[in-house]
Design a protein around this ligand. Structure first.
Ligand code: SF4
Length: 73
């Protein structure tokens, strides 16, 4: 758990996350809509810092490479 950037402290130890357009107001001890950020005593923490956020296997032909293992993924 890493202290987060991009948030605004509010009254009653709530915080406003400013990472995405949802702009979640997160009460003390609660998570934002995405469940990746948590308010701990009025400070916002990231629960996913340094972890893979998405992964996808796709045909090699859509990558900007030429003749690199044709037909592979
Ligand atoms: S807590 Fe998650 S969903 Fe809410 S504004 Fe921050 S990044 Fe967006």
């Amino acid at each position: 758990m890493l202290h987060a950037l991009l948030y605004q402290p509010l009254d009653n130890q709530d915080v406003r996350c400013q990472v995405c357009q949802r702009r979640c107001r997160i009460p003390q001890g609660d998570h934002g809509y995405c469940s990746t950020r948590k308010n701990v005593n009025g400070e916002l923490y990231s629960l996913i810092y340094g972890r893979v956020s998405s992964m996808r296997v796709s045909p090699i032909e859509i990558k900007p490479m030429f003749h690199f293992y044709p037909g592979s993924h």
